[in-house]
Write a protein that binds this ligand. Sequence first.
Ligand SMILES: NC(=O)c1ccc[n+]([C@@H]2O[C@H](COP(=O)([O-])OP(=O)(O)OC[C@H]3O[C@@H](n4cnc5c(N)ncnc54)[C@H](OP(=O)(O)O)[C@@H]3O)[C@@H](O)[C@H]2O)c1
Length: 297
Amino acid sequence: MRIAVIGPGALGTFMAALFAGENELVLLGRREMELEQVEVRGRTNIVSKIRYSTDLGELEGVELGILCTKSYDTRCAMEMIHGHMGSDTSLLSLQNGLNNEAVMTEYLGDDRVMGGVTTHGFMRTEDGKVVHTGTGYTVIGRYPGGVSSMVDRVAGIFNLAGLPVEVTDNIYGHIWNKVIVNSGINPLTALTGLKNGEVIRIPHLQWLMETVCREGANVARHEVELTGEEPAHCAAVVARATAENVSSMLQDVRNRRRTEIDCINGAIIEAGARVGVETPFNRCLYSLVKALESSYL
Ligand SMILES: NC(=O)c1ccc[n+]([C@@H]2O[C@H](COP(=O)([O-])OP(=O)(O)OC[C@H]3O[C@@H](n4cnc5c(N)ncnc54)[C@H](OP(=O)(O)O)[C@@H]3O)[C@@H](O)[C@H]2O)c1
């Protein structure tokens, strides 16, 4: 399959390494780099020759695009790429956040957008090099729901490449679920400077995490059927399983980068306003993280 991975960061570099072997792959970025191969170490070990480019003309003839920018760059990336995508190109998001697929749909229409959730962890050490820090699961589906033959085909390609993928007919439910889990863990770690496991070890934080998750779930149930266990319970399970991890939001704060708070707690606040559910705890965490960001951005 002709595949374009858009965004040469931690996730995108892993995806490029994964698919370069059996497919015709291009890794698309926004800045010039001398990149002829990508390397994954850690839980997975792959070294792949790749084609890296900033030329959006490379999207011609591509059957599958995989969007791997941060969620706050989704609209900007779509502005750049949509005019170069053929009418047969489908686009899959594996990003975190609630609104990526909705933005993609604005540009591409309903039939070509796939959503995805992955709980694997990746860290970029330098351009073209990532560490696969934690294993997890990946689920993809037609956005916002339903089935499509393209999703089945893409799942087959993931499985063939060695990353097991499940197909769902309720990807929006999975996306909501991960957003709620992230809304409970990420801001608390970013604000306290603590690792994920502390969020369930310290009772004050555990109470806050569960309260925020319940609030998000109350909003979500107006829009979607949530998947799996109660989100507050899922968040506790994730915090325990990733106890030693520094969350992506805390990493962003430490590195003085913009966080993805807008598409996590910010998106829950927006959805709450849309369906008429108050979200005071999400609003509080959102405001604190925005204030923290504004101290260095
Ligand atoms: N890392 C993980 O473990 C993981 C796991 C699951 C989900 N996710 C989600 O996946 C998304 C990406 O995360 P990440 O950790 O890979 O972030 P990242 O390392 O910051 O990578 C984002 C990449 O996107 C590039 N980019 C931004 N705008 C672009 C554009 N218009 N065209 C082409 N490239 C563009 C950036 O370019 P520059 O290099 O020039 O800045 C950067 O290389 C996030 O939503 C994250 O939450 C990450």
